[in-house]
Design a protein around this ligand. Structure first.
Ligand SMILES: [Zn+2]
Length: 449
């Protein structure tokens, strides 16, 4: 008797071999125990129907700032460039405390689960109090989503000629000590790990080269992953030219980050030689099309990066004017943006699904995720193909999935447990958390009540 049976999918896409019409998946002890086609379905303690649905591996989010859902849509930060957006929001984020971090993480991960995400990273780089990442891990464990917290950092502030107020940055010693504490406390190295920790200086313009180098050395010693923003806006090119006399990717290499231990967010402006070097290093790229398009920077050169051997994943980012946390929506936007940039034949929905599953898992260093495979963690999504929105879609359900809709998850299953079931989050404290989120977000934005 298995723990769970997901049965009768219109199409099961495992990303690990052939697609299976009418497919089923049996789960035992949090891992995939058996996969099959119509008939011969085994018995299980619990059964979920996938009739009228597409089943895929759970989507993996490679770039996120969950705390920013506390200030989304704030009028002072709309319709401006990245650096002005940051300057408008830093004073609000300076009011973050441990409760604000826990509640925003909980709500953000719940939103991600509704959009078919089963594993998310997060990059929290404002530490105005202690134990913020501890609060995030608590929230992730309660929601039940697989979580890769990265210990974000900023050490340059306005007194150094930087963008951030002095109150939201820390010293390199504080950052490195807390990074090591968090890895010791939470980083799980076993296959199927639910929590891992990475190290994430925010961007070249927000930390010193010494902190970048020390962080890379610490990651090497602790054997954890590295993450940062790289080549996100033209202003970063100008900053690196002025301060270092170099391009961002050159500085990145100089400080010891040219390695397959690192993955970076955005990477919109690499030249041909830099793309080749990123491929040689095996450094991954998180493609987050909405924020880069919103800033007028255009999408990342994904076809060229993939051809060069760069692992490319999808990330929501949630730091833009739209600030959603739906991996389906970001994958859809990636399809549209990359066709707009590179032509109709440059990318398919299947390519984007591959990026959002196996590509993203590679960025996070998780070879055990991204595929539905016997023995792998049972992370999968049952996508309901709404009969109105999908009327007429018969020949290629993966292409239809990313073009029709919008689509939300009918069931989101992580480690064999439904986080979303029949379209509903299974979170008893959700209403309480949303009420707290409203109170905290209004406080940070200086609004009454
Ligand atoms: Zn970001």
């Amino acid at each position: 008797m298995y723990d769970l049976l997901v049965r009768d999918a219109d199409l099961l896409v495992t990303m690990d071999g052939d697609d299976v019409p009418g497919g089923w998946i049996a789960v035992s002890g949090g891992t995939v125990a058996a996969i099959g086609g119509p008939g011969a379905e085994p018995a299980a303690a619990k059964t979920l129907s996938a009739k009228g649905s597409l089943v895929t591996p759970g989507l993996v989010n490679t770039h996120q700032h969950l705390f920013q859902n506390l200030t989304r849509g704030n009028a002072a930060a709309m319709n401006v460039d990245l650096f002005d957006w940051l300057k408008a929001l830093y004073p609000m984020w300076a009011g973050l405390d441990e409760e604000a971090v826990e509640v925003s993480t909980y709500v953000g991960l719940a939103e991600l689960a509704l959009g078919g995400c089963t594993t998310s990273m997060d990059m929290l780089y404002v530490h105005t109090g202690p134990n913020f990442i501890d609060a995030q891990v608590r929230a992730a464990q309660e929601v039940g989503i697989r979580f890769h917290a990265t210990r974000g950092s900023m050490c340059l502030s306005q007194k150094d000629g930087g963008l951030a107020p002095d109150s939201v940055v820390q010293t390199p010693d504080e950052i490195l000590a807390d990074s090591e504490r968090l890895v010791d406390k939470y980083h799980d190295r076993t296959p199927g790990a639910m929590v891992q920790i990475g190290l994430a200086p925010c961007a070249l313009a927000l930390v010193t080269p010494e902190l970048m180098r020390d962080t890379a050395e610490l990651a090497e010693r602790l054997d954890v992953r590295l993450h940062t923003h790289l080549s996100e806006v033209r202003a970063e090119d100008e900053y690196c030219a002025r301060v270092f006399g170099k391009r961002p990717v050159e500085v990145f290499e100089d400080v010891g980050w040219g390695t397959d231990r690192a993955w970076v967010a955005h990477c919109v402006f690499p030249n041909a030689d830099e793309i080749r070097r990123l491929g040689q290093w095996g450094t991954g790229v998180a493609h987050c099309p909405t924020p880069t398009l919103m800033r007028g920077a255009g999408p990342t050169p994904v076809p060229e990066l993939r051809t060069a051997g760069v692992p490319v994943g999808i990330g929501c980012d949630s730091s833009t004017h739209s600030a959603h946390a739906s991996m389906w929506l970001e994958a859809h936007t990636a399809l549209v943006a990359l066709k707009g940039r590179s032509g109709a034949g440059a990318i398919s929905a299947r390519d984007v699904l591959e990026m959002a599953t196996t590509g993203s898992a590679a960025c996070l260093g998780r070879a055990d995720l991204g595929r539905i495979r016997v023995g792998a963690p049972a992370d999968l999504v049952v996508w309901e193909l709404n009969p109105v929105a999908f009327a007429g879609a018969h020949s290629d359900l993966v292409e239809a999935w990313l073009r029709c809709g919008p689509v939300q998850a009918r069931h989101t299953i992580v480690q064999g447990a439904p986080v979303v079931e029949s379209g509903e989050l299974r979170l008893p404290r959700l209403d309480d958390m949303l009420a707290r989120h409203r109170r905290i977000s209004r406080r940070l934005q200086g609004l009454a009540g």
